[in-house]
Ligand binder design. Structure first.
Ligand code: PLP
Ligand code: COI
Length: 356
């Protein structure tokens, strides 16, 4: 498909809501820009995307999303540099992953040109909404769901793909204390853990609520079979530093293949940080905490960037982590953010210009 010939139809919002937004105090994902991109799948094909005012959409009560949960999403950010240039970070990887999720949930794949050109046009239209305050960015939420009606438990015949834009501050306010979960599971072999399916998150809410009641912000999921190996957190992949070695678990069909995670792995390789991608047992982490070699734990993700973990709970025992001046987490966060905000060279070719 020739991207340059895509001329996306735009229905502009009659008035802008931008004056109602306090850009100095942005929460995560709670205000939305003036417009959204909408694309419908009907009669066996994706129709041309349209841009319209951001607002409620109408669905039949029998739309299959409500009954059978065919729903997937992506998480991305747009970053504005000091000269007003706007950048995305590895957006083609998000498109690829959207279609991996789509296939797993029996949702039709979306053409790359609709995704990329839709994003570009929407961001150009709502450019003024992209925040410039330190630590803020335009969080981008592309999502797709079954809008087709009927109660037969089978894939729908109609879908909607929408992109909404949310100028956002940081995902976590304050430090993150995690609980290593041994009863509930996030995903299982042969399941949908590797897909960014809405239900993967719904299933985590109850165990995370229980963890919150005990004073933890996130659950660290362990493998569903033995609960002995560390997998990932609610919205993040996990890294653990023991001594000077950084360790993260391998991806599998139980784990989301995070774009931040794989970027961190490339950065540590070029920086000469010893990094291992291997199974990491809870016993090893608890032992390291006890003998003082556990130096850092942090989560990685688009929303969370690199979020240091201040401590973890395991079987009723709390383990604290030291506060390091020269942590890998802060170095990696700075390195990745400098690339994202066009403050540093991009040796990996990750930045993607949308407004230049
Ligand atoms: N794991 C889960 C379950 C997530 O929801 C996310 C967030 O997208 C991640 C990991 C990190 O992925 P990425 O770095 O691509 O945002
Ligand atoms: C992201 O990091 O973009 C995500 O999609 C995680 C989400 C649950 C906030």
């Amino acid at each position: 498909m020739d991207v340059s010939t895509l001329d996306i139809q735009i229905e502009k919002a009659p008035t802008s809501k931008i004056d109602q937004v306090d850009f100095d105090n942005l929460a995560f994902g709670s205000v939305f820009s003036d417009h959204m991109l909408v694309c419908d799948y009907r009669n066996g094909a994706w129709e041309f995307p349209k841009i319209m005012p951001y607002g409620p959409i109408s669905l039949e009560p029998s739309a299959k999303i409500f009954h059978y949960g065919q729903s997937i999403f992506e998480g991305m950010k747009a970053y504005k540099d000091v000269d007003g240039g706007v950048w995305l970070f590895r957006p083609l990887d998000n498109h690829k992953r959207l279609n991996i999720s789509a296939s797993r949930m029996a949702i039709p794949e979306l053409p790359e040109a609709y995704f990329m050109e839709g994003l570009r046009t929407l961001l150009q239209l709502d450019e003024k909404w992209i925040p410039t305050t330190e630590g803020s960015s335009m969080y981008i939420r592309p999502f797709m769901f079954a809008s087709g009606k009927g109660l037969h438990a089978s894939p729908a015949d109609a879908y909607k793909f929408i992109i909404a834009l949310a100028p956002s501050g940081s995902y976590f306010s304050g430090t993150v204390k995690v609980l290593i979960e041994e009863k509930y599971s996030r995903s299982a072999n042969g399941g949908v853990g590797y897909a960014k399916a809405g239900g993967n998150y719904a299933g985590q809410f109850y165990p995370t609520q229980l963890a919150k009641e005990k004073g933890y912000q996130q659950v660290v999921w362990t493998d569903d079979n033995t609960h002995e190996y560390i997998e990932e957190a609610g919205a993040m992949n996990i890294f653990v530093r023991i001594g000077d070695t950084l360790i993260t678990g391998p991806t599998s069909d139980r784990i989301l293949d995070g774009i931040t995670r794989k970027s961190i792995l490339q950065i540590t390789e070029t920086k000469g940080i010893k990094t291992e991608v291997r199974k990491l047992s809870v016993t090893e982490v608890v032992e390291a905490a006890k003998n003082g070699t556990l130096k850092e734990m942090f989560g990685t993700g688009t929303a969370a960037v690199v979020s240091p973990i201040s401590g973890f709970g395991h079987r009723g025992q709390d383990y604290g982590l030291p506060e390091l001046d020269d942590s890998y987490a802060s170095m990696l966060k700075k390195t990745i953010m400098d690339i994202q905000y066009n403050r540093a060279e991009d040796p990996f070719g990750w930045r993607y210009s949308v407004i230049g």
